[in-house]
Design a protein around this ligand. Structure first.
Ligand code: 1JT
Length: 259
């Protein structure tokens, strides 16, 4: 029963830590506890500062911290080139990145602009495709990609709007990428996380109501934590899930099963 995870000396890239509440930070802690080597990408200088503070506070030593703007092909290929050439092999990538214009996350979906729609798609869904393509040449021992999704991908969740459509696209991209990369023993999956109060959830007017409804009605009668999302993501990145690809795994107290 020893070392079921086989995470020691595995090079894991974590994209999307903005602060200590980020799902990506929960994932990083779980991967670290399991003994993985951590490589982080960030976009904004502000996120780099937060990340450096967190690594210091939790006494975690990152193998590499690299700037990567997922809206920019050149930035993605440069970031993975730097990571791949330094680490030699990449064993896994966690994609925990989404963005949409604030104005598109309230009001009616029908009012979404062409540019708001394509910006959400580009940042939140196409970015996974571009990252998979850039990481593939360095994933020479096989490995695992995990992306973060949300129930709004498949149900109408009031206010999630353009992000729901972007997450639907992300989940479909997970399946098509899984089909392409399976022959290289690279698995691709998504975690559909329950509502968690992160920076992304800030300013969502109905968020308290969503959290309360989950507490009252979900099978587990509580909300989930970023640590629970982190542990399931660890499982998806590890040897334990070696037979699983193209899957959407719910970490949501069972909320999605309700009619
Ligand atoms: C983004 C945002 C992606 C918020 C997100 C997200 N994925 C989950 N959330 C939290 C959330 C947000 C809304 C919601 C329910 C959950 C904001 C920035 C763009 C990317 O609506 C009911 C709006």
């Amino acid at each position: 029963m020893e070392d079921l995870l086989q995470m020691k000396n595995k090079n894991m890239v974590v994209m999307g830590v903005a602060n200590k509440r980020s799902l990506a930070w929960g994932v990083a802690q779980s991967l670290h506890q399991a003994g993985a080597n951590l490589i982080f990408t960030y976009r904004k200088d502000r996120s780099l500062k937060k990340l450096e503070q967190l690594l210091d506070e939790f006494q975690i030593e990152a193998k590499q911290v690299i700037q990567c703007d997922v809206n920019d092909d050149e930035s993605i290929s440069q970031a993975f080139k730097e990571i791949g050439e330094k680490q030699e092999v990449i064993h896994g990538v966690v994609h925990s990145i989404a963005f949409a214009h604030a104005g598109d996350l309230k009001g009616d979906f029908i009012d979404t602009s062409r540019s708001g729609f394509s910006f959400a798609q580009d940042t939140s869904a196409y970015s996974l495709v571009a990252v998979a393509k850039a990481a593939q040449p360095y994933m020479t021992e096989g490995g695992s990609l995990t992306a973060m999704s949300y129930l709004g991908a498949e149900r109408v969740v009031e206010g999630y709007n353009v992000m729901g459509v972007a997450k639907a696209s992300l989940e479909a991209s997970v399946r098509y990428l899984a089909a392409d990369l399976g022959k290289d023993n690279i698995r691709v999956n998504a975690i559909s996380a329950g509502a968690i109060r992160t920076l992304a959830a800030k300013g969502v007017p109905s968020f308290n109501e969503i959290l309360r409804k989950i507490e009252e009605t979900s099978p587990l009668r509580r909300n989930v934590t970023k640590e629970e999302v982190g542990d399931m993501t660890l499982a998806m990145m590890s040897h334990l899930s070696r037979g699983v690809t193209g899957e959407i795994v719910y970490v949501d107290s069972g909320y999605n099963i309700l009619g």
